[in-house]
Design a protein around this ligand. Structure first.
Ligand SMILES: [Zn+2]
Length: 468
């Protein structure tokens, strides 16, 4: 318990509640689990640790089979040390107050701003960039100078560069905004607080334009300004003000075209539905195999994840379906591993010894096939999966077919009862829909599918929990 072991919170040791002293906590992590089970003792966790850390512990999935403890490097995804992650770690040690700094800088983020980002009609890479931007997590000169004690200046005008300068006050940025179809006068915003400027611009654009097209272009322009800046700083490639506006406008067009294209494919598939209802279930697999499709979905707001699976014979006849809820676990990566583990346990229980497991997470399939777990926090679950593998005479682990189009649009086929194709903004949404599609049909028929169909609809965990 004295070792740093929680995956999320620096310094990775759970913080005790006020009335709890060191001698009241068990010496080993295993003593925080409910005896003889692979479940956390939730009551005990809530008793001993502050809520935030108790919750962080609950996000750790527990393996069913006992395996050896091991050391992992907490600052990389697969738990292995890399020079890059070591460097970041070392920099944070030197300037540990950076965390405080980030904390105070995000205090005044309006929660609506996060929603605007996640709901925006832009590619995920831009959403993630904007998210970092709001957290002050992008390497502006200010951030670099603070961390590295260097003296970088704005590559365009050689003044001090923080987020406000970079995006709004720099002469280059100001000209881009003014030349753009938004015709913003970014320097006339007197406020120097980034979040105030941000909120003000967003709300102005929302008032002006309910179609959200302005916001979309706004986000693409921010991305282009950042690209232009990096090109100049690192590649010595100069994007003029006109180029930068052009890039943003073109990116919007391309993105919209890709969306429309996918919609056309979708409606085409919809039209063929009657004639060719089960193109996926015409299996090329040997007859003695059972094919199990599994999937996981998470609900961050209510902090839980679900996994589900459906089994079919080679002729497409459904053999059964099942799902489970994991409360406290909502990391999509871990859920995929859990989805496979549960699918394998189920198959074992059913006595199926020749099984094809199909999921849509390449990471999981790769980990299983290579015997090398690519996700440190899923390691225990990987151990279970390898352990379970011994039961089967023959298994295959496959990634289900998906079509990648432009701009990482994913066309995902779910194939329960009849073919469905859904155009999705991100693969995590694909998983979410795949699962809700599956669970709606098989498990939770009383729930109106409309509840699930809206991308913004939130699952209500109490409604969802219907023991099979
Ligand atoms: Zn500048």
């Amino acid at each position: 318990m004295q070792d740093p072991w929680i995956p999320l919170q620096y310094p990775y040791i759970p913080r005790l509640k006020d009335n709890i002293t060191q001698d009241m906590i068990p010496s080993k992590v295993i003593d925080l689990m409910a005896a003889g089970t692979s479940q956390w003792d939730i009551q005990k966790l809530q008793q001993l640790f502050i809520n935030e850390d108790a919750e962080a512990i609950l996000t750790i999935p527990l393996p069913i089979y006992l395996s050896q403890d091991r050391l992992i490097w907490n600052d990389s995804k697969d738990g292995k040390y890399t020079a890059k992650s070591g460097y970041h770690k070392a920099m944070n040690r030197i300037t540990p107050n950076i965390e405080e700094d980030i904390q105070t800088s995000t205090d005044n983020i309006n929660p609506a701003n996060w929603k605007t980002i996640w709901d925006a009609n832009v590619p995920n890479k831009i959403k993630i960039f904007l998210w970092k931007l709001l957290w002050n997590g992008i390497p502006t000169c200010e951030a670099l100078n603070f961390r590295l004690k260097t003296e970088h200046k704005c590559p365009h005008c050689h003044q001090e560069e923080d987020r406000v300068h970079l995006l709004f006050h720099c002469d280059f940025a100001a000209k881009v905004w003014f030349l753009s179809p938004l015709a913003l006068q970014s320097r006339s915003i007197e406020n120097t607080n980034f979040h105030n400027i941000w909120s003000k611009l967003i709300s102005e654009m929302q008032e002006l334009d309910r179609s959200e097209e302005s916001i979309q272009l706004f986000f693409f322009l921010i991305w282009a300004i950042w690209k232009a800046r990096n090109n100049k700083a690192f590649k010595e490639v100069i994007w003029t003000i006109e180029d930068t506006v052009q890039v943003a406008v073109k990116n919007v067009e391309e993105y919209q075209t890709a969306l429309t294209l996918n919609q056309q494919i979708l409606s085409k598939l919809g039209g063929n539905r009657q004639r060719q209802p089960t193109c996926r279930s015409r299996s090329t697999y040997p007859d003695h195999f059972v094919r199990i499709s599994y999937d996981g979905a998470t609900n961050k707001e209510y902090k839980f994840g679900t996994v589900a699976r459906v089994a079919k014979l080679a002729n497409g006849v459904v053999q059964g379906a099942e799902s489970n809820i994991f409360r406290g676990i909502w990391d999509p990566g871990i859920l995929e591993f859990l989805a496979l583990r549960e699918a394998m346990r189920w198959a074992k229980m059913k006595g199926w010894r020749n099984v094809i497991f199909e999921g849509d997470a390449i990471q999981v399939t790769d980990s299983v096939n290579s015997g090398n777990c690519s996700l440190a926090t899923g390691w225990g679950i990987c151990q279970d999966i390898w352990h379970l593998k011994d039961f089967f005479e023959e298994t295959m682990h496959k990634v289900v077919r998906f079509i990648k189009g432009a701009h990482r649009k994913v066309l995902y086929f779910t194939f329960h009862f009849d073919i469905k194709a859904t155009v999705l903004r991100s693969s995590s949404e694909a998983e979410y829909r795949a699962l809700t599609g599956l669970t709606c049909e098989l498990q939770w028929l009383p729930l109106s599918p409309a509840t699930f169909n809206s991308a913004t609809a939130k699952l209500r965990p109490l409604n969802m929990y219907r023991p099979s």
